[in-house]
Ligand binder design. Sequence first.
Ligand code: MLT
Length: 267
Amino acid sequence: MKHTLLSNGLRIAYRSDGVAGGLPLVLLHGFCEDSAVWNDFIVPIKSLHIIRVDLPGFGGSDLPLVPGMDVYADAVCAVLNDLSVEKCVLVGHSMGGYAALEFAEKYPERLSGLGLFHSHPFEDTAERKDARRRGIEMLQSGKRDLYVAQLFPGLFAGAFAKANPPIIAAQIAKGKRQSAEAIIAALEGMITRKDHRETLRNAACPVLFLLGTEDSIIPPEQGLQAAVLPDLADVHLLPGVGHMGMFEATERCAEIVRRFWEFCANR
Ligand code: MLT
């Protein structure tokens, strides 16, 4: 694990694997996770230079002073600067995709490709904001473990969850290691995040959409609506997959991301 600092002194933890030199693939984790969520996913694509960031508050990174997707985007920028990387292909899972969109708006010149892995550019609905506020109350009343235990089973497609209880148990155990403060900050950041449809319309790089037909968090219809926005989109709708393709269809998702990276690297 390596570390760098934001301009306000916050420590950002990240992993850099593979041989540096080519175009790096940067992976951002989702809500209640950290960079270790990609451990199995990167095995089939380990010939690439892969950078995985712990978003502020999660894993080994310090809690943001003010919640928001912009501090996540700044953390990615700080990591790229630390490694003297000018351009990358940035792929974000779910909340990581929201952060990647913020990065795309703030630092478009640093992107050769943008990937939304079970993610979309729309802001929260009023119902979603209310549900997140109820989550914040639960976390503030000391029920972090219960919150995390209730969260993860619903992220996977039903059939996969039934057949793979140890994978879900492992994600719950890891989620319980994230602090309640980091989870609250992430919820606040997601509530206040902006709509990024314009960011996609303006994207100068190719955009990957990886969607699951069984995803109850990011319904595929929403992803498909967004996929018509950029000039150049690579769209994959995975049958039977929920919100956690990196576990539910590891090799297939890794191959999709590898091919997208290759396309971006050779343009
Ligand atoms: C995630 O997996 O990052 C979150 O479920 C995204 C969300 O709640 O919108």
